[in-house]
Design a protein around this ligand. Structure first.
Ligand code: IPD
Ligand code: CA
Ligand code: CA
Length: 262
């Protein structure tokens, strides 16, 4: 892919992610976020999710007319193009609506079906994670690498739970129960894109989750891979399921989860 165009896409995606983050901070911890439920009482959306998506789509259409877009809140637009912008305008809406500071903007750009650029911006803590295919992953401008630990009992992992957890007993609780005794700690941070960035930076040793959507993982998976990590597909009968981390750790966790779910 043409380097100039890739650099231009990266620069714009970072700028627009910062601008969407500023919209989020404007409404954060106010009574004016316009919260509604989506697929279940656990799945929430706010007017901020919608405003950020409208902003991002407007900028993409104006700057790259004809590029395809897949947005969480508005679905697919012009997806026949070689380029596809996969956007989660606000990942971590549950946190956001509670006044908890872990939420982010996630923008992944695919070229001919493969992730080319990934940008995740976490506005409250001003953390910017980026990656370009073949050119490494960065956290606030510094190169990052996944952690090197391979002994589970020294590792801190992250996970999440599906929105249908109340009606579907296949809700990841069995996996947590089997891993908890074996690991140093477990976090449920509430934003899949940020979980993946933390794996990329080695802040979290590994992460697994299923029932995810393309906009949750498009940017974050590229960041993990470009940080030298691996993504193993897991439970793909429940939308997107992944284990992310360094090679050795990923394999161990995958095997444990797989046995548990056979
Ligand atoms: C959710 C978050 C959460 C994960 C859910 C996602 P949203 O995204 O990433 O951590 O467990 O599966 O749907 O709804 O806040 O954009
Ligand atoms: Ca999301
Ligand atoms: Ca979202």
């Amino acid at each position: 892919m043409n380097k100039e165009l890739t650099d231009d896409i990266l620069r714009n995606a970072m700028e627009w992610a910062r601008a969407a983050g500023a919209i989020q901070l404007n409404y954060f911890r106010t009574n004016d976020i316009g919260i509604e439920t989506k697929t279940s009482v656990h799945d929430v959306v706010t007017k901020v999710d919608k405003e950020c998506e409208e902003f991002l789509i407007g900028m993409i259409n104006e700057t790259y007319p004809g590029h395809g877009i897949l947005g969480e809140e508005s679905g697919s637009h012009d997806i026949d193009s070689d380029f596809l912008w996969v956007i989660d305008p606000l990942d971590g809406t549950n946190n956001y609506s509670q006044g908890l500071p872990i939420f982010c903007v996630s923008i992944g750009i695919k070229y001919r079906g493969e992730a080319l650029v990934g940008v995740v911006y976490v506005p409250y803590i001003n953390e910017m994670f980026t990656a370009v295919k073949g050119r490494g992953a960065y956290f606030n401008g510094n190169r990052i690498n996944v952690g090197e630990k391979t002994r589970l009992n020294e590792c801190v992992l992250a996970t999440g739970f599906p929105y249908d957890k109340d009606v579907n007993p296949d809700n990841n609780v069995n996996n947590v129960a089997s891993l908890i005794p074996l690991i140093r700690g477990l976090r449920r941070m509430g934003a899949a894109a940020y979980d993946l960035c933390c794996v990329g930076a080695g802040f979290i040793d590994a992460y697994w989750e299923f029932n995810l959507q393309p906009w949750d993982v498009c940017a974050g998976e590229l960041i993990v891979r470009e940080a030298g990590g691996e993504i193993i597909p897991f439970r793909n009968d429940r939308n997107i399921g992944i284990v992310a981390g360094n090679h050795g750790l990923c394999r161990q966790i995958y095997l444990r989860l797989h046995n548990k779910n056979m």
